[in-house]
Design a protein around this ligand. Sequence first.
Ligand SMILES: Nc1ncnc2c1ncn2[C@@H]1O[C@H](COP(=O)(O)OP(=O)(O)OP(=O)(O)O)[C@@H](O)[C@H]1O
Length: 459
Amino acid sequence: MTALHVPGGITGEPADLLPSGHRAGAWTVGDLIGSGGWSTVYAARPADRGGDRPLEVALKVMPTAGLAPRQVRRILDSAQREIELGRRTSHPRLIGLVESFVLREPDRPSLDGAIVLVMERAARSLRDLLDAGVPEADRGRLIEGICEGLAHLHGSGWVHADLKPENVLLGRDGSVKLSDFGLATELTGTHGYAPPLGTLDYLPPERWRASLGAEGVQVRPSTDIWALGIVVHELFASGGSPFAGATPVARGAAVQEYGAGRAPLRLDPAVPPFWRELAADCLAPTHEARALHTAESLLERIATGRPAERRAPARPRRRARTALVAAALCAASGAALAGDVPRADALRPAGELTVFNAERGCQDLPGRVLRCSLGLAIDPGRPYVPGNVVPTRVWHGDVLTAECRLPQGLPIIDEDGVRSTEWFWVRLPAGSIPFAAWLPAVRTKDRPPLPDCPHRSAS
Ligand SMILES: Nc1ncnc2c1ncn2[C@@H]1O[C@H](COP(=O)(O)OP(=O)(O)OP(=O)(O)O)[C@@H](O)[C@H]1O
């Protein structure tokens, strides 16, 4: 875990290292695996034969000696979270906790009193794999494994809160195992509170302006979904972030510009269409829009979408998937426009529609807040995501002129569960470019008699 709001890591003298062959609790220490800001991790094996202990484990040693009380509290809190989560959950996609103990090392004062977490041992981390180059055939499987881990965590009422390639470990067989639960937070209702720590490159826009209360900062499952979107992008873009900048802070500034609707999402062209749509949904700029994409629903999409990709690797087949309308409730500036739409002079106004936004809290607002704005689609046959909406926004109560209807577009479900495949070709306010776009029928209660549209945007 990297400090965000407080100066990072442990200050003072570095702790001693445990030599290979040293006995720590019931374990014999082996090679050093690596170290983070708060801990050192060693390979280890059982010191005694017999018993049902795993034959190879990793010891995460978290020294506490000589630290300021605040730092000790931080480490104890982190260890407590790992232990609590390890005690309460168990899943093949989560690194298992075998046991924990306090190290007694009177001859090594810097290690005396260190907390030791004994964990299932992995072969390497996703960061190592990214550095070496991820084989193309493995990428989808890795994402699916991360989603499985997140789905189990979220389903058990926990948020990881520090998802990043360093914390995605890989077994010898390549299986994915999420690790490092030092910030993991149990939800009470819709959210939980974590210490104000995290890794800058994986923080969603709302975290950059989150207030720090007595309990910490608010985290929700959508925090992990954002981080997943970054990891998906990294897997296909040689480790690159979708947000430009030479430093994590500069990239964080780009995240905030995007979150405020002042910049579009620019995904690397190397990310294939299926994963691009998935990453864009994970990277929806607001918690509200992102919350529509749960780890569980992403898993379902992967399960149905990936085989199609495999069958037609040259040009992945577009699957008509059900999209949730609020996915397009985000800033859409800079959206590219698809062709094959009728010219302005070809439009003959045929009916009026009043925009209806089913999202709670968006119907009685006196002003026009971005959060409650709706984007109209460029192409009603493509997923209704930020890359497929026009820049002009509309709001609940706006009256739009409709020209025609498309009975069979992509099915859309609104926040109340109303589903429709119908779309309306509507004019946008004067001066808008483009001059018209597609409104999903779930975004209006009106059904004026309209002719069927002769056209649809190219997909
Ligand atoms: N169970 C494990 N099996 C194998 N390697 C592990 C295991 N747990 C951690 N590691 C490796 O040990 C190193 C340090 O671990 P870790 O990142 O958990 O420490 P940390 O102090 O929490 O780090 P950070 O401050 O970066 O979050 C990393 O290289 C990680 O891949």
